[in-house]
Design a binder for this molecule. Sequence first.
Ligand SMILES: Nc1ncnc2c1ncn2[C@@H]1O[C@H](COP(=O)(O)OP(=O)(O)OP(=O)(O)O)[C@@H](O)[C@H]1O
Length: 260
Amino acid sequence: MTSFLSARGVSKTFGNSASGVLALSNVSLDVREGEFVCLLGASGCGKSTLLNMFAGFIPPSVGELRLRGEPISGIDPRCGMVFQSYALFPWKTVRENVAFGPKMRGAGRRERRDIAERFIEMVGLSGFGDHYPTELSGGMQQRVTLARCLAADPEVLLMDEPFAALDAMTREILQEELGRIHMRSGKTVVFVTHNIDEALIMADRIVVMSPRPGRISAFIGNELPKPRNIDTQLLPSYARMKREVWSHIAGDMAAMRDNN
Ligand SMILES: Nc1ncnc2c1ncn2[C@@H]1O[C@H](COP(=O)(O)OP(=O)(O)OP(=O)(O)O)[C@@H](O)[C@H]1O
């Protein structure tokens, strides 16, 4: 079976090979269509580097990345990226921001408006279509970013710590909402985080990464029942999973200390 999104033997060195930084070493990963994968690990283990390679922003030094069996050789409209900072057009309204993707692919005025309204509603911002980003809170701006990405209808959502800048309560609400949107849309998601709870709430599968050099140290399937929300964290199975994930991360950190 051809995997939907894959990395095969991928390494990345920044700078020249003699004095450069080996950010990723021999990473292989297969993401199934519709799967929600979290890349989890401490700072500097290459999570963003791997995500940026899936997005086609940077090429690997060694190895290959593929989407639907085709090599990823540059930025591909089938992949939508959501960053930690909101990256909205400040001079456009919420509706215009969300309608940007459909406009780029040639949708007419009416269709653009309908699509924008649908996604604005999906992220819980009905009534804010005429507002400008600066008139919204950080959490609302991140909802707009998510709506804009979804409205462009990418096959894969690549998300780099999208909720890291938000307060804890807003983050939990948006995690729940993204989980709901994922269940409904069936999109494939690769989501970077260094937060174990976030990975446990969001992921179908957690890919634990460790630093120096960045590599994958464990794949952990997450069978916690869905939809997941704050109550999920009270389940005994949640505590068991958290202990399992933490034991991998703590093991990696101990190994790193011993090597220093
Ligand atoms: N453009 C670059 N030039 C040089 N080194 C880089 C570049 N991008 C990343 N690196 C290095 O590669 C390594 C992995 O970085 P990366 O940002 O992928 O890690 P990360 O796991 O996403 O970290 P964080 O959680 O802090 O964002 C780090 O040592 C980093 O300094």
